[in-house]
Design a protein around this ligand. Structure first.
Ligand SMILES: [Cu+2]
Length: 134
């Protein structure tokens, strides 16, 4: 009675194992952070910046990553030593990570991010540049 059941189960298991194997081959360099739309004004000199994390091998968004390190500096405007804190906000859409920044100075900012991605042993790192209003 359960022959088909077992066969289906085995096939599903084989697929899962294949997925695991190909997942293990992905490296930390196979991910990319990019700006997701324009920054939103969040009142009192604050901006919300949305960043999309994608896997470059298949172009898919990567949900469930844990951002472990953030830095915002004015490197794009030649002020790399000028930094402000970043607050991580709860994600709204899968693969989109949101950050609140109070830049204090309008201009080009660089957000440098490090994240732990599910199934990836290495820390995934990346950066985006964004123009922020004061
Ligand atoms: Cu500055």
């Amino acid at each position: 009675m359960s022959c088909i059941h077992h066969a289906t189960g085995a096939a599903a298991l084989a697929l899962i194992m294949l997925a695991r194997i190909s997942g293990a081959e992905a490296a930390a360099g196979d991910y990319r952070f990019e700006l997701a739309g324009n920054p939103e004004a969040a009142g009192a000199g604050k901006s919300i910046v949305a960043v999309r994390l994608t896997r470059t091998t298949d172009g898919k968004p990567v949900p469930g990553a844990v951002v472990i390190q953030t830095r915002a500096d004015m490197g794009p405007d030649g002020m790399k030593e000028m930094t402000v804190p970043i607050k991580s906000l709860p994600p709204k859409d899968p693969g989109i990570y949101r950050f609140e920044i109070e830049p204090g100075m309008a201009g080009g900012w660089m957000l440098t991010l490090a994240a732990k991605v599910q199934g990836e042993t290495e820390t995934v790192k990346g950066a985006v540049t964004v123009k922020l209003a004061k």
